[in-house]
Write a protein that binds this ligand. Structure first.
Ligand SMILES: Cc1cc2nc3c(=O)[nH]c(=O)nc-3n(C[C@H](O)[C@H](O)[C@H](O)COP(=O)(O)OP(=O)(O)OC[C@H]3O[C@@H](n4cnc5c(N)ncnc54)[C@H](O)[C@@H]3O)c2cc1C
Length: 359
């Protein structure tokens, strides 16, 4: 079995990058494959909570970002400022490239610009087919492909919530922009919400979760985001931004394993991003998955289901409840009004529901 790697990880976002580094640190032979070349942009608010930062530090990755000092919530013409501690705003261009660099430095074989699919299961090893670049064989295959269509050959149906919102984002080249560094602005309105924050190079990261109907009504994602931003006192967005989109966000695969193939990160299930925790869920999942893969044990799949439920799925249910509340803009506006008058209420709310959930 000399040409059989211990693992092939498909997808080099935070989940895949972290699994690959963790396995390499345990002396395992790993390949990490991504269809994109790094650095690359990705639709994301770019906010790391303290838990995510601790997970990254444990991998030896210390991102250069802008410390987050406050969250400003806008709804119904009202605004409330909530103090934040310990978070960081960083572009995905820079964060994901740092993870890929760290993986390579730890001996991971990184294959960029190559989409992967699953080939046949040979009993002792699974084949991974690299688009135009041959095949790899591995004892375990980790699927960390985010919200993308699952790789062909993966026999796990995904249940996508019909009423879910879709993700839209752009990084605007507005050096010295009007937003104060360290302020995360969240504008909630009819049909969606949008987050705006300055990242490490002074560009403005804009990321939104929108009803597909809002995008249709405004004739495009950029116009829909601008419409939401215009309901707040924030400056208008430049019309020439290059918007990227995601499929519908809230989803759940029927299971998180298929034999020796294991799903992690957004590929293992996701809910709307209002609480800004996706990266920390992805990293926490990766950390728990590494010892299961490293053990090279046939029972890894069922064990992973239980671990995922304990670590990630229960937190996602809280987030899902919150996302239902966000469907009622008048209630959100009322809540923002209360927070604006009684800022002391904000602290426990942030702890419980947003950027400061502890490990
Ligand atoms: C609007 C929005 C705002 C968000 N804001 C935040 C935030 O502020 N903070 C936060 O923590 N989280 C946020 N998130 C969530 C966060 O972006 C995700 O949870 C996180 O990126 C998940 O990481 P991942 O590694 O699972 O997937 P991804 O980061 O999506 O990485 C998947 C990788 O797989 C690759 N890939 C896909 N298919 C294939 C294939 N067949 N072969 C090879 N490569 C493949 C892709 O190119 C990609 O690089 C937000 C999400 C959205 C939509």
């Amino acid at each position: 079995m000399t040409d059989v790697r211990d693992a092939v990880v498909i997808g080099a976002g935070p989940a895949g990058g972290a699994v690959a580094i963790g396995l390499a640190d345990r002396g395992r032979r790993v390949a990490l494959v991504d269809r994109e070349r790094f650095p690359r942009d990705k639709v994301c608010g770019g906010c790391l909570n303290p838990r995510a930062l601790r997970s990254l530090a444990a991998l030896g990755v210390v991102p250069a970002g802008v410390p987050l000092r406050s969250l400003v919530l806008h709804a119904g013409g009202r605004a409330a400022r909530v103090p934040l501690e310990g978070g960081l705003a960083v572009s995905r261009r820079s964060l994901d490239a740092a993870l890929v660099r760290a993986a390579r430095a730890r001996g991971v074989e990184v294959i960029e610009g190559t989409a992967a699919t699953l080939g046949p299961d040979g009993g002792d090893a699974r084949t991974v087919v690299l688009d135009g670049a041959g095949e790899l064989r591995a004892r375990t295959v980790v699927i960390a492909t985010g919200l993308s269509r699952p790789p062909a050959g993966l026999d796990v149906p995904v249940d996508v919530e019909e009423r879910s919102r879709l993700g839209v984002g752009a990084v605007l080249d507005r050096r010295g922009a009007d937003l104060t560094p360290g302020e995360l602005h969240l504008v909630c309105g009819e049909g969606g919400y949008v987050g705006l924050v300055r990242v490490e190079d002074d560009r403005l990261d804009v990321a939104a979760a929108l009803d597909p109907g809002l995008v249709r009504t405004h004739g495009g994602a950029g116009a829909a985001v601008s419409h939401l931003v215009e309901s707040s006192p924030l400056p208008s967005l430049s019309p020439d931004a290059e918007w990227r989109g995601t499929p519908l966000l809230t989803r759940r695969p029927a299971r998180r394993h298929a034999g020796r193939v294991l799903l992690v990160g957004d590929a293992a299930g996701y809910v709307e991003p209002f609480t800004g925790e996706g990266i920390s869920w992805a990293l926490a999942g990766a950390r728990a998955l590494v010892p299961l893969v490293a053990a090279d044990d046939d029972r890894a799949g069922p064990r992973w289901e239980r671990e995922h439920e304990r670590l990630v799925a229960s937190a996602q249910r809280t987030c899902r409840t919150l996302s239902r509340f966000l469907r009622h803009p008048h209630l959100v506006a009322a809540a923002v009004g209360v927070l604006a008058r009684f800022p002391a209420l904000a602290r426990p709310l942030v702890r419980a529901a947003t950027l400061e959930r502890s490990a």
